[in-house]
Design a protein around this ligand. Structure first.
Ligand SMILES: [Zn+2]
Length: 300
């Protein structure tokens, strides 16, 4: 920023901030010029909830032990802020997959029997063709939908620390079935609903995008950082695990609010950097929930 000031003699000056509010001598006529003070900086939004959320930068340190996904959340100096857990019900979910496969097989057999009946009874042959098609393609979707319906939802909880005594934030998986849309509801420690975070799977095939909806409308979106890297990740590099997905976070107006990065140099340590949103227009509880989902809700 700079300060514009003009002297009575007509000379105009564009001065650095540090001269704001001071008295200078005009270099042209020598008269005293009073440089106006800077307008007050826009106020930083009050961060509701626990003071641990009053940060612009969060480090998410993934912990590899046990079968659940766990993260230690640290501040930019590396001090512990919170603990995040997303349980993984491996045994129950293997059962769910098994149930899905059975449902798929039942669909396969049932539509096979029906298409045979159509032939025997001499009904419209088109019906038989459709049934054969459904047996082949539909059984796959039935299997996935049934497995998802039977699976246990994986709600995420943010705790004060790894003693898990005090809950600071909850991120609930809204539905078992997430074929087209995966959505999560964020609630504060008091149970108040803060946001709905979701992605549309078909849209994500080419470039990943997530949406955050507050009680009064859209809060922000996140988009995979570059279309070229998006393409590369879906080809060789992604399979080799060489390129992690980074997201840019935008306000509804398209301004950059922050960034979620999983750089190779920071293996298993992800950074949610909301520094561009210095006024904290985005509630940091929602921002943190978003960061956790951009990792855990993405690749698994
Ligand atoms: Zn002057």
């Amino acid at each position: 920023m700079s300060v514009n000031v003009s002297c009575a003699c007509g000379a105009a000056y564009n001065l650095k901030d540090e001269y704001a509010g001071s008295r200078l001598g005009c270099p042209r006529c020598g008269a005293a010029i009073l440089v106006p003070a800077l307008p007050p900086a826009p106020p930083v939004r009050f961060q509701a909830g626990d003071t641990a959320f009053a940060q612009d930068k969060f480090l998410l340190n993934e912990r590899h032990f046990g079968i659940s996904e766990k993260y230690a959340v640290l501040d930019k100096e590396g001090a512990s802020l919170m603990f995040v857990e997303r349980p993984n019900y491996i045994f129950l979910n293997v059962l769910a997959i098994f149930g899905g496969v059975i449902a798929g097989i039942i669909n396969l057999i049932a539509s096979g029997v029906l298409s045979h009946l159509v032939k025997v009874l001499g009904l419209d042959p088109l019906l038989g063709v459709l049934l054969t098609l459904w047996a082949k393609l539909g059984s796959f979707f039935v299997a996935i939908a049934a497995a998802q319906a039977l699976s246990k939802r994986r709600h995420i909880t943010v705790y004060r620390d790894d003693s898990r005594e005090e809950v600071l934030l909850r991120i609930a998986q809204d539905s078992n079935i997430q074929l087209l849309t995966a959505s999560y509801t964020v609630t504060g420690a008091d149970g108040g609903r803060l946001a709905l975070i979701y992605k549309k799977r078909l849209r994500n095939i080419f470039r990943k995008r997530w949406y955050v909806l507050g009680p009064d409308g859209p809060l922000c979106t996140a988009q995979e950082d570059s279309i070229i890297l998006s393409a590369l990740r879906r080809m060789v590099l992604g399979f080799l695990g060489l390129l992690h997905t980074d997201f840019m976070i935008y306000s509804p107006g398209g301004q950059v609010l922050g960034e979620f990065s999983r750089r190779m140099t920071l293996r298993d340590r992800y950074v949610l950097d909301m520094t561009p949103d210095s006024r904290r227009s985005l509630d940091r509880r929602v921002a943190l929930a978003f960061g956790v989902l951009l990792d855990t809700g993405e690749n698994r």
